[in-house]
Design a protein around this ligand. Structure first.
Ligand code: BGC
Length: 715
């Protein structure tokens, strides 16, 4: 602290503003425009932070300018989107969410942090913890899915993983929880569009993950590009100052999104750069990422008394404090950072990738493919597309080091003849390769059809209005299905795709998302039965784009859906039910649940309810069951969602074996935000449901009673 006060006292206004300035280097392009003069700016103290540079040589060269050639020698923060790995790329976050496993979420972040830190990075713009319920929005791929409870668990695990036990450790990165908040609710799923959600939805759905990130010690928070109910988040004082710094006591750094401060002018709340910079600083945004609005606007804002020196100093101190916490003043080059060994990282990537695969349908029991298969046709534009498997935000991942499905299958089935052609590409209407593909299918015993999106079709600026297969892939698929051979579809995508015709006609369909460096080996493990699939959908999968936003935590309708009843909550042309519910995911085993028990059945506020259920593996293979615990308050002072997730547990079972899964559910988990948005625990009956997914037909239920007078949970 003394050091920071000393530095602050020695700084000119320009040097202070320089500490709030983050400028893009040339390693990756993640936003509009880039200015020159990076080196000169660092030397003269006008640039205190950089992003999109990595590699110790490049980073150390810039750091040397800051430390050895700038007047005060203040080290740089070096930021990068280390989202799902740095050099070793793990599955995209939506895929990793399918594991429902915080310990794994933490360990992949740990590896990513160690690799990135060894490459000179000090700060990651991750985790992204936006709840996403609309697959039109491309950034659903970066999110942990639709559920606020999962998002909160994911946020905390990722922060623990990236930051380790101390930020000073040379294998730690400062983490940035983003994008506060509501970005997942952009209107009609269109990127950068306006968001209009109720105060209740903000607090129930979009904010809990950020509260969890702050509680886990997140070093930084990034406000979203969008406006929430007309107030751009980059200038949203009620949420940034009131909620984040006030109610959640966040003491870290707020970093704007890329160019977002300047974009306040486009959003219609600032007429010029001075006004934009003033609004953002007053709302509590410390660092200006890439817009230069602070450099250009803050000197005048100060001169005109629009902001005060102490407001400026507060932001500067927060940035300096983060640099101090990272140990950068003592060790600006993070000398101890070692590149972690790639072998164990690749093993982890393969293990996580195969656990992320969701077996969506399995009609004809064609899986697993045994070692005896003699001739496979591996068809489709994504069969040999190793680089695409890295998905959006590949950081320093290398396409050439990424295993395609074709390569994975060749290694897994060395004695099998494997023919492969793309047939079509992912997005154009050129069918000339189809006849050749069909010939190969005719000659083979079995077809693996690799369809879906390429990496650029989701992620930022990756919204799609049509959730079907892009290009002419459907024509290829129809032709392949018409051959009459068994067809297993591997669906690569950053979002649920609405392909009901494919689910009906293919013998099996796997959701393989973007699985990262080890994608092909992981998919081959599942196809060949080396690994019995365990992944579960972290999002409800619609049957039609017209159903979105779609999610399991709906409020009950006064006229609930009843098949055949016109005056019920449905559509005329399709049922309102999803293609696959949240939590869906098949295994080569099947499981039976019995004996849901809740004890005690009558409770008061401070107590805990023991919930247990017995689960049996009915299959012939060892497998893992994943069970979800939901609660429902059937009669409350306000309408409560039909299901709310409160826990997930997994159990590995040998064939025929039975095990017990249990939870300790604190009664305080039944607290909700009452009509005035204050937490309340209302006495009365509550339902506890346990099942393999959110499909209401498959849930076991028991009822408990909460007696009056319980103390309320303080949230
Ligand atoms: C994205 C952020 C990202 C930033 C820096 C922006 O365009 O919205 O999520 O962290 O760029 O790359």
């Amino acid at each position: 602290m003394v050091r920071i006060e000393r530095i602050l006292a020695a700084m000119t206004i320009d040097e202070k503003i320089g500490q709030l300035n983050m400028v893009a280097g040339s390693g990756a392009v993640t936003g509009p425009g880039r200015r020159g003069g990076l080196e000169e700016g660092i030397r003269n103290g006008r640039i205190g932070n950089v992003l999109n540079v990595w590699g110790s040589a490049e980073v150390h060269a810039l750091q040397r300018l800051a430390v050895e050639q700038s007047r005060l020698g203040i080290p740089l923060l070096v930021g990068l989107d280390v989202v799902h790995g740095h050099r070793t790329i793990f599955p995209v976050p939506l895929a990793e969410a399918a594991l429902f496993d915080p310990a794994t979420w933490e360990s992949t972040a740990r590896v990513a942090a160690a690799e990135a830190a060894a490459d000179g990075v000090t700060l990651t713009f991750a985790p992204m913890v936006d709840v996403a319920r609309d697959p039109r929005w491309g950034r659903i791929v970066e999110s942990p899915g639709e559920d606020p409870w999962v998002a909160a668990e994911f946020a905390a695990a990722k922060i623990r993983g990236f930051q380790g036990s101390a930020l000073r450790a040379t294998s730690s990165l400062a983490a940035t929880a983003k994008h506060l908040c509501g970005y997942g609710a952009v209107g009609a799923g269109r990127e950068y569009a306006s968001v209009d959600v109720s105060e209740r939805t903000l607090h129930e759905v979009h904010l809990p993950a950020f509260a969890a990130a702050v509680a886990a010690g997140a070093a930084a928070i990034m406000p979203a590009f969008i406006d929430v109910a007309a107030v751009p988040m980059t200038a949203n004082a009620p949420l940034l100052q009131g909620w984040l710094r006030g109610r959640r006591a966040f003491e870290g750094v707020v970093i704007s999104d890329y160019n977002a401060i300047a974009e306040l002018c486009n959003q219609g709340v600032a007429g010029n750069t001075v006004a934009a910079a003033t609004l953002a600083l007053k709302a509590g945004v410390d660092i200006d990422m890439a817009s230069e609005a602070y450099t250009q606007g803050l000197p005048q804002a100060l001169q005109r008394g629009l902001i005060s020196t102490s407001q400026l100093d507060e932001s500067v101190s927060r940035v300096l404090r983060l640099k101090e916490r990272l140990g950068l003043f003592d060790d600006p080059y993070r000398q101890g950072a070692l590149r972690s060994e790639s072998g164990p990282a690749r093993e982890l990537a393969r293990e996580v990738a195969r656990r992320a695969i969701v077996l969506l349908t399995h009609r004809a029991r064609v899986l697993p493919i045994g070692q005896t298969v003699g001739h496979l046709a591996v068809i489709g534009p994504l069969a040999a597309a190793g680089g695409e498997m890295l998905g959006p935000w590949p950081a320093a991942g290398r396409p050439a080091e990424t295993v395609s499905l074709l390569e994975g299958l060749k290694t897994a089935l060395p004695r099998c003849r494997i023919d492969s052609v793309p047939g079509v590409d992912t997005c154009h209407d050129d069918l000339r390769g189809v006849p050749d593909a069909i010939e190969r299918c005719r000659a083979a015993e079995l077809v693996i059809l690799c369809l879906g999106e390429d990496a650029s079709m989701s992620g930022e600026a990756g919204s799609r209005a049509d959730l079907g297969l892009p290009g002419c892939q459907r024509a290829l698929a129809e032709a392949v299905l018409a051959v009459g051979k068994p067809v297993i579809v591997v669906l690569t995508s950053g979002r649920p795709l609405t392909v009901p015709w494919l689910f009906e006609r293919a013998d099996a369909v796997l959701a393989s998302w973007f699985l990262g460096s080890e994608a092909g080996n992981a998919i081959a493990d599942v196809l060949t039965g080396k690994f019995n699939p365990t992944g579960r959908l972290p999002v409800t999968w619609p049957r039609h784009g017209g159903q979105v936003p779609i999610f399991f935590g709906q409020r009950p309708s006064g006229r609930p859906f009843k098949a055949g009843a016109r005056l019920s909550s449905t559509y005329l042309d399709i049922p309102p039910t999803p293609q696959f519910p949240f939590g869906h995911g098949l295994s080569y085993s099947s499981f039976t649940l019995r004996d849901l028990r809740c004890t005690p059945r009558v409770v008061t506020g401070g107590e805990t309810i023991g919930v247990s259920v017995s689960v049996q593996n009915d299959g012939a293979l060892a497998g893992e069951a994943t069970l979800f615990l939901f609660v429902h308050d059937p009669v409350a002072s306000i309408s409560r969602p039909v299901l709310e997730l409160e826990g997930v547990r997994r159990i590995a079972l040998a064939p025929g074996a039975t095990g017990i899964l249990s939870w300790q559910l604190p009664v305080s988990a039944l607290t909700f935000l009452g009509a005035d948005l204050d937490p309340v625990l209302e006495p009365g009956e509550f339902e506890i449901h346990v099942g393999e997914s959110a499909d209401p037909g498959g849930l076991l239920r028991c009822t408990i009673e909460v007696l009056p007078s319980g103390p309320m949970r303080q949230d």
